[in-house]
Design a protein around this ligand. Structure first.
Ligand code: RAM
Length: 331
């Protein structure tokens, strides 16, 4: 078979691109989570493995520190750089502290995206939000307000004080409160660091400091379980409603026992799947992250990047007595 000069030139350009991009036969995605042992991230891991299976050429390294700290994540980023992964997909404990390590990764040709909890814009190529930030902020307040027709005091139990995702939701919630929920009074915001023991302590502290508290809003799957257990153990079911963002599989018992009326979340399996798909496509050069572009994410669909190369997935979904049983079997 004789190849024309033109065909040979095209073939060599293609080989060249492949070399400069990634080893499409052994592409590794480092899925770096806030901390290990968190059911939310275990579900995202499942989604990442599903994506890898579908792609065929991709390997997932699921990793994270034992405690949700930036220091732990920085160490892991450096180790992923040494391992020469193709892409790092991070849910960060601190948007700024991890940035230099991520920038170093990018300078070595590693693609970097953030998902769930973002990092400063220059330290990643795109950010994948689970849902619209304003909508999440409004949802977490509405979940409490729906069961407080006369209004009253509520407090927020968050994750790490440096977590960009929770902080943006809390900011959005504070913004919407006076206008849409004038009878709801936010009296405190405390941080449990996505650690069960610490979240339990701060939940107890809230009950002590605010005897008229009507609801604890925990926009973290770890904090919400701890708060509901504290309210249950304190015999305050019916007096203090616990709500926020919860994994149905972990939280069903607190809807069943009445410590909570309703919670919300999005599909964490889809989130991990989407982060992995995007990482893969950036690494092999199949898709590019640029403001305004629409990116496809396999069977999950499409997202559109905004001016900051960020995009949001689906609206939060509410779980209550009627549907939590069904969803508790999925995530
Ligand atoms: C915890 C983590 C995670 C957040 C969920 C809702 O598992 O803080 O980042 O998205 O809660």
């Amino acid at each position: 078979m004789k190849l024309s000069i033109k065909a040979l030139a095209i073939a060599s350009v293609a080989i060249g691109l492949m070399g400069a991009g990634a080893h499409a036969d052994d592409l590794t995605v480092g899925l770096l989570v806030k901390s290990l042992g968190n059911g939310f991230f275990d579900a995202a891991h499942k989604g990442a493995d599903n994506a890898a299976k579908e792609l065929g050429d991709t390997k997932v390294i699921y990793t994270g520190p034992t405690k949700a700290t930036a220091e732990g994540q920085i160490e892991i980023i450096n180790s992923l750089i040494d391992q020469k992964v193709g892409c790092i997909a991070i849910s960060a404990n601190d948007p700024d502290a991890v940035a230099p390590a991520l920038e170093k990764a990018m300078s070595r040709g590693i693609k970097v995206i953030s998902w769930d909890s973002g990092v400063t814009e220059k330290a990643r190529m795109l950010h994948l939000n689970p849902s619209d930030t304003g909508l999440i902020g409004e949802t977490i307040i509405k979940l409490a307000a729906d069961y407080l027709p006369d209004g009253g005091e509520v407090a927020i139990l968050s994750a790490a004080s440096t977590a960009a995702n929770q902080n943006s939701w809390i900011d959005a919630a504070k913004k919407i409160l006076p206008e849409k929920f004038p009878k709801i009074k936010l009296v405190d915001v405390v941080y449990g660091d996505d650690d069960s023991a610490k979240s339990t302590d701060v939940a107890k502290g809230l009950l002590k400091a605010h005897p008229n508290l009507k609801a604890i809003i925990a926009p973290t799957t770890v904090g919400v379980v701890a708060a509901a257990q504290v309210v249950t153990d304190a015999g305050l079911i019916g007096k203090v409603n616990v709500t926020g963002l919860a994994l149905p599989s972990e939280f069903k018992k607190f809807i069943d026992n009445g410590a909570s009326q309703a919670v919300a979340l999005w599909n964490p399996i889809d989130l991990g799947y989407s982060a992995t798909m995007l990482c893969h496509d950036l690494t092999v050069g199949k898709q590019e992250a640029k403001p305004g572009v629409e990116l496809s994410i396999g069977k999950v669909g499409k997202i559109k990047l905004d001016d900051h190369n960020a995009a949001a997935m689906a609206a939060p979904f509410e779980f209550n007595k009627k549907n939590i049983e069904e969803f508790s079997k999925i995530y």
